[in-house]
Design a protein around this ligand. Sequence first.
Ligand SMILES: Cc1cc2nc3c(=O)[nH]c(=O)nc-3n(C[C@H](O)[C@H](O)[C@H](O)COP(=O)(O)O)c2cc1C
Length: 489
Amino acid sequence: MKINDALMLRASVKSFKPEREVAPDVMEAIYDAARWAPSPENVQHVRFIIIKDEQIKSWIAQMSREIREHGRTRVPAPLLNERLKMVPPEIRPLYMEKMTNSEAAGDIIETCDTLVLAIGNGNWYDTPYLVAPPEFGGIVCATAIQNMWTSAVGNNIGMSLVTQPFASERNAMLIKDRLGIPHDWELFAGLCFGVAEKRNRLYPTARAPKIPLERLVFDGYWGRQYKRMAFKDDLDEKDYMPPDYNFSMDVFDSIYLRRSIRTFKEKHDVYEQDGGGKIPEWKIEALLEAARNTASMFNAQNFRFVLLREPRDHYIKEKLGHAALEMSKYVFGMVPWNQVADRLWYIPKHTYPGIMEYMADGSLMYYPTRANAIIIPCVQPAYNGEPIGRMGGTNLASIFVSMAIQNMWNLCPVLGLGIGFNALTSSDIRRRQLWMEELGIPGSWMMPACLGIGIPATPRNASPPRFPVSSLFFNEYWGKPYKRIAFRD
Ligand SMILES: Cc1cc2nc3c(=O)[nH]c(=O)nc-3n(C[C@H](O)[C@H](O)[C@H](O)COP(=O)(O)O)c2cc1C
C-alpha cells in the first residue's frame, strides 16, 4: 500500500473477527516498523509486551469494563453528549450506546488477535547536562506506536489503541506486577491488533471526522487561521501537485527511509536549480493532512500546529535556531569527550570527531534557522478523555501529538522532504515560555519541540542501527525476548 493511502485510511478499528488470526509474519513486520521510530539520541527507551494469552487478555479486558462501568456509564448523558462534537448528530445515540457499554470496552481487548502493551520511560536522560522532559517517555512510545499503526493499515490489519484499563493507577500496578514490568516504566497504551470486522462501524464516513485544517493549524501566530490552497490566490505553478504525482512509495519503505534531517537546501545554495529550497504549498498541505488524521482520545484532537514559513517568519526561525545552538553548546560542548562519545555508539567511529565537534559548537542544532518551514506542535495536557477518572495529563497528551508528528515525518521520504525534531529549542523551560509568548500560544498548552522542515541538502543513508526486535518486544512477560520466526523450529 502506498504511504499516503495508509495515513489517510487509518482508523481505530472497534471490532475484530475473533476467529481470524493475524499471520505471525505480518505481526513481525508490524513489530519491525516500531524499531525504525526516532528517539532522542537513538536511545530507544520503549518496550513492548506481546500478549496472546487469553487469560491475561481477559483479565485486562475486565479492568477496562470496570473502569467504564464506574466511569462513563454513570455520567449524565448531556455531559457525554457535549464531548461528541465531532460525531454527526444522527449517529450520536448509537455512539453513546457503544461508549457507555461496559461489555464492549472489554470485548475489543478480548477479541483482538494480539494485544501489545506499549511501555515507556520518562526518566531516561538523552543529554549529559540536561534533564530530559518526562513527556519524552510518551513521545518515544508514540512514534513507535504510530509506525506500527501505519504498518498495520498497510498490511490490512486493524488496530486500536486503548488506555482505559490503565486509567486506574492500581490497575497499572497490578499489571506491572503480574507481567514483571519494572515500576519505573510506565504503561502508556494497549494496542489491539486483529482482522477488522468492519473497518469503522460507528461512522458513516470512512474514518472519524476531524476538525478542518483551518482550526488545527495556525499560520505564523496562534489563532491566525491557516488558509488552505483552495482559498489562496497568490500561488504559482510550482505550488500545485503535478498532475501525474502518485505518492509512489510503499509503507515500509517510507517508515524505513524516514530520517532526522538537519541540513536543508537554502536559498543561496540552490537558487536557480530548484526554487531556492522552497517547499511547494501542496507538500505542506499534504503533511498537515497526514497530521490531521491522527487518533486521539474521544477524537478530541487536543493538538494544534503553528506553521512558520520563510521568508515571513525568518526572524523567529533564526531565534529558534540560535537557542538550539546555545543549548547544544552547553549540553554537549561542556561535557568531557568520553562521556558524549559513549552515547554515540550508533554512529560510525570515523564520523565521531566531526559529529562531536558540530554538537559541541552547536552548529548541528542550528537547523531550524535553515529550514524552509517550521511546524511548532502544541499539546493541551489538560484535555481529559473521561468525565470521571484519571485520563489525561502531559504524558498521555504528548502521545497523541507525537503520533501526528510521526505521520508527517513518515510522509517526508516520498515528498522529498526531511524533518528534524529539535527539542533543544525549548528544553529550557523559560525559553519555551518565551516562544509561546512570542507565538501567542496559551500558557495552558505545551510546546514539546520544534520541527524544522525542508528539502534535504544531501541524500541520506537509512537510519542508524536499532536494537533487534527481540530486545524491544517481549513475549508475554517483561524480559522474555520475542523470538523471531527465522529462529523458531
Ligand atoms: C523526543 C525526541 C527528541 C529529539 N531531540 C532531538 C534534538 O533536540 N535535536 C536533534 O537534532 N534531533 C533530535 N531527535 C532526533 C534523534 O536524534 C533521532 O531520531 C535519532 O538519532 C535516530 O535517527 P533517525 O531519526 O534518523 O532514525 C529527537 C527525537 C525524539 C523522538
